[in-house]
Design a protein around this ligand. Structure first.
Ligand code: FES
Length: 177
């Protein structure tokens, strides 16, 4: 008795080892292709060298008179460096801020004489104007005190803090605590 042609084809299963090898090889090639295609995008997300260089900024604060604010740029944002008067400091230390974003003055300064904050309104990012009692945002009327704490909205948060340190009594380093 002879084995028919059709029996011969259907009864012999495909070799499992060979199939698995082919599947794994195909997957490996696909993963390598995706990685190669994605690399330029991933690489472009790394900060550029000039950005890294500007991640810290040294500021000479020796020429900022008491009661005055100096605005400097740090990481493309304005930073207010405010040399507070003793009266302003005492008033801010006695206040606990507003109910919008309560915070003590002590939590916001390294040295009570100096307030260092990002100079952008926390509502939609306008630059607030300095007033004797703090800052006023001309865009929608938010008010901040001399500790940068929001007293009246729509701003939802106090002026943002940033990492900084005193290199000496005359020098600040922005961007590194
Ligand atoms: S951006 Fe300042 S109140 Fe809207």
């Amino acid at each position: 008795m002879t084995i028919s042609e059709s029996d011969d084809k259907t009864d012999i299963p495909e070799e499992p080892d060979r199939r698995q090898f082919l599947e794994k090889a195909t997957c490996a090639v696909a993963v390598a292709g995706v990685a190669a295609a994605a690399w330029p995008f991933i690489s472009s997300m790394n900060p550029a060298r000039d950005v890294l260089r500007k991640s810290t900024t040294e500021v000479d604060i020796s020429q900022i008179p008491v009661g005055e604010v100096k605005t400097v740029e740090w990481q493309s944002k304005p930073v207010f460096i405010f040399h507070r008067t003793p009266d302003q400091t005492t008033t801010m230390q006695a206040s606990t801020g507003s109910k919008i974003d309560p915070q003590t003055d002590e939590e916001r300064v390294l040295n009570p004489e100096w307030l260092v904050v990002i100079g952008l309104c926390t509502h939609l990012g306008c630059v607030p104007n300095k007033k004797p009692e703090g800052w006023f945002c001309p865009c929608h009327g938010s008010v901040y005190d001399n500790s940068g704490r929001v007293l009246r909205g729509p701003a939802p948060k106090n002026l943002y803090l940033l990492p900084y340190q005193f290199l000496s009594t005359d020098k600040l380093l922005l961007g590194k605590a």
